[in-house]
Design a protein around this ligand. Structure first.
Ligand SMILES: O=C(O)CCC(=O)C(=O)O
Ligand SMILES: [Fe+2]
Length: 196
């Protein structure tokens, strides 16, 4: 059974659920997602240069769901059975609907995600994002928007779910920084609602 923890922040909060699935289910799911999702190496433009994104990615969702970021448009691949089931579970656990999921594979401790808010227009005024993690534990860092000082670092464990509520994206930025440890791979799935 999942255990829910409320993490209070200055002017928002996050919900953190541990053990969303049984150990056996989580192990099997990690293997299935690792082996069957269509992991891609994307490239991003930074200061006019094209560089390989420091992780693998793919995007699944309802028909016609599209996501524009880093100057590119990604069209959702139809849900796999496994992802559709997980989406239903996460919707019933959190009480929110989702129509797409952005999947990230951090191959090792060198893979990362820089500071950002998930505030693209197609996510609507007040996005609610549910972020499910499998595999290696990595630290999820938080800071207030327009500040440089980190205010929280939360280890996101295997088989955990983090919910970023309404209002959170405009007040806070988040990141998964590089780790000095020789980390194993980690899969993170961010379930979102798109208004295309
Ligand atoms: O990997 C994570 O925990 C965060 C992923 C994330 O922030 C994103 O996909 O926007
Ligand atoms: Fe994010």
């Amino acid at each position: 059974m999942a255990t829910k923890h409320l993490i209070q922040l200055d002017d928002s909060y996050i919900e953190y659920y541990r053990n969303l699935l049984s150990n056996t289910q989580a192990q099997a799911l990690y293997r299935t997602l690792n082996e069957t999702l269509d992991w891609q190496q994307e490239h991003i433009q930074i200061f006019g240069k094209t560089i390989a994104s420091p992780r693998l990615q793919c995007f699944y969702g309802d028909l016609d769901v599209a996501y524009r970021y880093s100057g590119r448009t990604f069209i959702a691949t139809p849900w796999t059975d496994t992802l559709a089931k997980l989406k239903h579970l996460i919707s019933s656990q959190t009480g929110y609907p989702f129509n797409g999921v952005l999947c990230n594979l951090y191959r090792n401790g060198q893979d990362a995600m820089g500071w950002h808010s998930d505030n693209e227009p197609e996510l609507g005024q007040n996005p609610v994002i549910a972020s499910f993690s499998l595999g290696e534990t990595r630290n999820f860092s938080l800071r207030k928007t327009k500040h440089t000082k980190q205010c929280l670092s939360l280890p996101l464990e295997h088989n955990s779910l983090l919910l970023m509520p309404e209002g959170f994206q405009s007040l806070y930025q988040h990141a998964v920084s590089r780790s000095k440890k020789n980390n194993d791979a980690r899969i993170n799935l961010t379930f979102r609602m798109f208004y295309n």
